[in-house]
Ligand binder design. Structure first.
Ligand code: ADP
Ligand code: AMP
Length: 216
């Protein structure tokens, strides 16, 4: 199963991707996670990406397209994958089409997850992440058992720099201007399934499974 999770920052793509990994056993590929890891390790890509990410704007297309091209060539992607946070521009979507065509394959579905802006802002501002294992929490909707500590590994929870108010506003503007046009792009290809992301995690997941299994 080859899936793209499309939707604004904070709508719950990563949360749903984790559940899809469990159900279908295919890899979760998040360009945001890959870029944050590169920044943390201080690699060449990380050094290029850092200032864009801090400002809440998109990293240049060629950087993320390169990451995806390499990742999709790995053997664990043969049976499928879940793309989260890529593509984010029409140029990236066209590059993805080319990469998949050259592999003799295509996307099965683009799950377009939506929620009203106030829900998205609440989700982004309350998001906390484990520094050690990457598990995602929310101060109100998915709090850890112990304040500031990961339930799973005991790691420290932190807030992403770009989940602070100024960067959130910028990211939503960038989403509207550069990423929202992908809705029409994929609708035109007959790939789009709309998912109401404002519901609970389990309700969103059952909509997703319904959309995917209807397609098989
Ligand atoms: P994205 O990957 O789209 O940026 P995340 O999956 O990281 O979004 O979710 C953003 C925040 O919202 C996280 O704190 C997460 O715990 C919370 N969250 C995700 N889905 C839901 C949901 N359906 N209901 C309530 N909170 C959610
Ligand atoms: P995310 O974790 O998906 O919210 O992404 C965090 C940040 O990483 C974004 O605000 C961008 O700066 C950068 N980023 C992630 N994915 C992409 C992409 N496909 N294209 C360009 N920039 C990206």
């Amino acid at each position: 199963m080859r899936i793209v999770l499309l939707g604004p920052p904070g709508v719950g793509k990563g949360t749903q991707a984790a559940k899809l990994v469990e159900r279908y056993g295919i890899p979760h590929i998040s360009t945001g996670d890959a870029l944050r890891e590169a920044v943390q390790k201080g690699t060449e890509i990380g050094l290029k990406a850092k200032s864009y990410m801090e400002r809440g704007v998109l990293v240049p297309d060629e950087v993320v397209i390169g990451i995806i091209r390499e990742r999709l060539a790995q053997p664990d992607c043969e049976k499928g994958f879940i793309l989260d946070g890529f593509p984010r521009t029409v140029n990236q979507a066209e590059a993805l089409d080319d990469i998949l065509r050259s592999m003799g394959t295509d996307l099965d579905a683009v799950l377009y997850i939506t929620a009203p802006d106030h829900v998205i802002v609440e989700r982004l501002s309350g998001r906390r992440i484990c520094r050690r294992c990457g598990r995602v929490y929310h101060l109100i909707t998915m709090p850890p058992k112990k304040d500031g500590i990961c339930d799973v590994c005991g790691g420290e929870l932190y807030q992403r720099e770009d989940d602070r108010p100024e960067a959130i506003t910028k990211r939503l503007q960038v989403y509207r201007e550069q990423t929202a046009p992908l809705v029409d792009y994929y609708r035109g290809k007959g790939k789009l399934a709309e998912i109401d992301g404002s519901k609970s995690v389990d309700e969103v997941f059952s909509q997703i499974v319904g959309a995917l299994e209807g397609k098989r």
